[in-house]
Write a protein that binds this ligand. Structure first.
Ligand code: SIN
Length: 519
């Protein structure tokens, strides 16, 4: 694998700007970090700062604050969904610090929905209680709006939009800066503290509910710089994306099933009753796999979601965005069944961090989906992800406020790669197709090996080319990450949570109660 994507000469000659902390990404984790960090932060985002994967989150934020709920119950549900691989200490941190984060959101101005004066809590798969705070079905969008407005008002927080992290720069295993591509060309940010809040890699799969930016470039920049990765094989598919040709696929929130929507096959039968005692509200991996099997059995590409048992008032009040989207396609969920199918939605794996967000590389930190804290295990509990981004974003802010940013000299390694050669004809579409077909919901050794071989061949071919454009970097980075996901999925010879091997259908705690780390 190459250490840097761009030729060293281009990086050496790039203009330089200093920053105390560089934050890569402006989703909930990045914004929450910046708002809680007393120092000066420079935030970069690949597109506009207020558009991120977080904005697409419909369901909400899970937190044990309702009557009858407890951190113990939230902890138990998280562990159960995680299929034996959650890091218990990290989960305790998440559920214990969650209520404080919700208080922060209230203080910052987020107005979660209320009913008769009380918080209107939603329910999602695998939660034993109602504990999902929401703002209709546009929770992520509203939280980002509030956090972004707050951040804009802080002089210590600066934004650079349409700016893309290419590589993290290091010297003697310590961060010295970052090489980025901005609107006016290449730039070196001189900093000893880089916070990755750049999201996951679910867009590497076709279909996906994620925007095209979610291809895990932050994870690969961390890896090239020497940080350890973990749990890459665990990719969560959302059971109910609206079945259409949209890219990304439009999500039909799990909270819809929490309010009573039912899954039906082509014959109109409720097939989840036979699969799990919680039926439609079983853990997300169980529901997604059951839908996929149902589709295979019926040789069709979707099942149906039947909203008719939801009180029409609840439907209009709680789900206006979903209702409007269905209506724009000529479907009225009050009477029509809505076609749905699973789509890649969230990646549990990422850059391994400790409980403060520190990675194995001094000066490099990671929060949110890009990080692997261990709270999600093999299958994330619904609506725990925004909570994780904020809890660990805030913890990292506390941790870094006790450190003093230093300015370290930039040192350039000798160029070992890149003779100028044209890039081979490989496309992200072809890669996403392979990922969806061979590394998707149901996996086996033969498909995984084929995918891994293909991605490795692509990676080697591309390695010989010189990259000077964003698309080339993105493709190389995607092929490298795809090869690692396929390899880790091939290595884990068992079925657990979101990782289902049809050739190893049983969970094997004796051999695989462990994390696959890549260093
Ligand atoms: C949903 O609303 O179903 C998505 C929530 C999540 O992914 O946690």
């Amino acid at each position: 694998m190459r250490r840097f994507l761009f030729p060293t000469q281009v990086m050496k000659e790039a203009p330089r700007i200093p920053a105390d902390v560089l934050v890569v990404g402006t989703g909930v984790a990045g914004l929450f970090f910046a708002l809680h960090h007393p120092g000066r932060s420079l935030l970069i985002s690949k597109s506009e700062a207020f558009t991120s994967n977080s904005s697409l989150a419909q369901g909400g934020v899970a937190c044990a604050i309702g009557a009858g709920d407890s951190t113990q119950a939230h902890f138990n549900d998280t562990l159960k969904a995680g299929a034996g691989l959650c890091d218990e200490e990290m989960v305790w941190t998440l559920v214990r610090e969650g209520p404080g984060v919700i208080k922060d959101l209230f203080r910052l101005g987020v107005q979660f929905d209320r009913q008769l004066g009380h918080l209107d809590l939603g329910k999602e798969g695998s939660h034993t209680l109602r504990r999902v705070l929401h703002v209709q079905d546009r929770t992520g969008d509203e939280i980002i709006r509030v956090l972004y407005e707050r951040a804009l008002a802080e002089a210590r927080i600066r934004f650079m939009e349409r700016t893309y992290l290419v590589d993290v720069l290091t010297d003697q295993d310590q961060v010295t800066g970052a090489f980025v591509l901005g609107t006016s060309g290449p730039l070196v940010v001189e900093t000893s503290q880089v916070v990755l809040a750049s999201g996951g890699y679910a867009f590497l799969f076709e279909p996906s509910t994620n925007p095209p930016d979610a291809v895990g470039e932050g994870i690969m920049a961390a890896y090239r710089a020497g940080a350890n990765l973990s749990d890459l094989e665990f990719v969560q598919f959302h059971p109910t994306a609206l079945h259409s040709n949209d890219v990304p696929r439009f999500l039909i929130s799990e909270t819809v099933r929490g309010e009573g929507a039912l899954l039906r096959n082509q014959a109109g039968e409720r097939f989840m009753l036979e699969v799990h005692p919680m039926a439609e509200l079983a853990p997300r991996d169980v529901v997604a796999q059951a839908i996929y099997r149902q589709m295979q059995q019926e040789k069709t590409d979707h099942v149906f979601l039947d909203f008719r048992s939801i009180d029409p008032d609840v439907l209009t009040r709680h789900f206006p965005v979903i209702l409007a989207k269905c209506q724009s396609l000529g479907l009225d969920p009050r009477k029509d069944w809505v076609p749905v199918s699973p789509a890649a939605h969230y990646t549990m794996g990422g850059v391994r961090t400790d409980s403060w967000g520190a990675t194995s590389l001094p000066g490099l930190y990671a929060v949110g989906e890009v990080a692997c804290t261990g709270v999600h295990g093999a299958n994330r509990l619904a609506s725990n992800s925004m909570l994780e981004g904020m809890v660990f974003g805030r913890r990292l802010a506390t941790h870094l406020s006790a450190t003093r940013p230093q300015s370290l000299p930039l040192v350039w390694e000798e160029e070992k790669t890149s003779k100028e050669r044209p890039l081979p004809p490989i496309s992200l579409e072809a890669l996403r197709y392979q990922m969806g077909e061979r590394v998707g919901i149901l996996r086996d050794a033969s498909g995984l090996r084929q995918a891994w071989d293909t991605f490795c061949r692509w990676q080697v071919k591309m390695e010989r080319s010189t990259f000077l454009r964003l698309e080339e970097c993105r493709l190389y980075s995607s092929a490298t990450l795809a090869s690692l996901v396929a390899l880790t999925a091939l290595t884990r010879e068992e079925s657990r949570g979101a990782h289902q091997r049809i050739d190893f259908p049983e969970r094997n705690d004796r051999q695989w109660h462990t994390h696959i780390q890549i260093s």
